[in-house]
Design a protein around this ligand. Structure first.
Ligand code: GLY
Length: 370
């Protein structure tokens, strides 16, 4: 059932291996990359309790010794203090230039460990072992690494590609239903941005996937990673096409900021709502048929996901305040907001040509339903 997706980046090419049982195979998969049989592992306390022993056993099958540091779980770990702690710990472990650092965890650990690896001794290699659905389909692939700054999310970082990604779909079984569905928001995003057939497949297979069907999970992660790998191979540093991966994210970042990056709204939930709003905006601008946003929302609803602003608990600021938050997005170029809009399901494109009044009207109507 395992699949391999290559990420073609010349000398920095690597493989994403997807399927059940990969923790047990970690030794066999990682041994060829090692100059000596030892690795360091950065993880978080929650993931360590669930999966670190299995990883250690998998590495031990090939005589690989592992030292691990478990950081506190949660977004607050993507910070200067934890980066300093992780980097100094790696130096204390005497990690050398030819060694491998393993990131075992979700997006927070993958981003932080990758960044630590990128600055340690001017760059050591690292392997991503993503344990959340969101990390398996998005953040572990493509080499974006970094931390948050007091001024905003992901503002300090580097492009540093992993040497290997092991996406063990069995570990998804330990996620809460909410975390799984939040990751599914990113899966839906791939169908919506570039593959109408995949979206149609998700409409049919989504519930099997959510209830644990392993073949469906492997297929969904593989198709998502394949699409991301193709885009990253075309545009590694986001000069063009890679921005398509931000479908739904301009709205999402404003909503995450408005809800204080709290438990009120998980990132993947914000992406799902943001995708629905991006399609609504596209329909208002006459770019796609009105059926498209209705179909997006219908699928999210059928999956039991948040799809409207009304699904976010608590009060939200008004349309102008949300627009101001959108204007702080990283994708602002020369003061112009860049949006990912769509001509239909699977047909997204990047544009700066969006009248502020139309965005405001979409937000005003969405807020009126709260
Ligand atoms: N998560 C968006 C990207 O990797 O470009």
């Amino acid at each position: 059932m395992q699949q391999v997706v290559p990420v073609a980046l010349g000398a920095r090419s690597y493989e994403v291996v997807i399927g059940p049982g990969l923790l047990a195979e970690a030794g066999a998969r990682i041994a060829p990359l090692l100059a000596r049989p030892r690795v360091t592992v950065l993880t978080d306390e929650t993931v360590a309790a669930l999966h670190l022993d299995a990883l250690r056993e998998g590495l031990a099958t090939h005589g690989i010794q592992a030292e691990a540091l478990a950081l506190p779980p949660g977004e607050a770990t993507k910070s200067w203090p934890q980066l300093i702690r992780a980097t100094e710990w790696l130096l204390e472990q005497k990690v050398e230039r030819r060694d491998i650092v393993i990131a075992l965890g979700g997006g927070v650990i993958g981003d932080l460990a990758g960044f630590a690896a990128s600055i340690l001794r001017r760059g050591v290699r690292f392997v991503q072992i993503p344990t959340s659905l969101l990390a398996q389909v998005d953040s572990s692939v493509g080499g974006k690494t970094g931390i948050n700054a007091p001024q905003g999310k992901n503002l300090v970082g580097a492009f540093h590609q992993p040497s290997l990604v092991l996406a063990d779909t069995e570990v998804l079984g330990t996620l809460t239903a909410r975390d799984f569905l939040a990751g599914y928001g990113e899966v839906v995003k791939y169908g919506l941005l570039g593959d109408a057939d995949f979206f149609e497949w998700l409409e049919r297979q989504g519930s099997a996937l959510a209830s644990g069907d392993m073949a469906a999970r492997v297929e969904a992660v593989t198709r998502s990673v394949q699409m991301k790998a193709d885009i990253v191979a075309r545009d590694e540093t986001e000069q063009g096409d890679r921005a398509l991966l931000n479908l739904g994210h301009t709205f999402c970042h404003a909503l995450e900021s408005a809800t204080g990056y709290s438990d009120r709204l998980l990132h993947g939930e914000g992406v799902a709502i943001g995708c629905a709003l991006a399609f609504e905006l596209s329909a208002r601008l006459g770019l796609c048929a009105q059926e498209a946003p209705s179909r997006v929302r219908a699928h999210l609803k059928a999956m039991g996901m948040k799809c409207d602003l009304a699904d976010i608990p608590g009060d939200l600021p008004g349309p102008d305040a949300l627009l101001d938050l959108m204007a702080q997005d990283k994708k602002v170029v020369d003061g112009q907001l860049r949006f990912i809009l769509a001509r239909g399901i699977g047909e997204a494109f990047v544009t700066s040509d969006v009248p502020r009044d139309t965005v405001r009207a979409v937000l005003e109507d969405a807020l009126a339903m709260c």
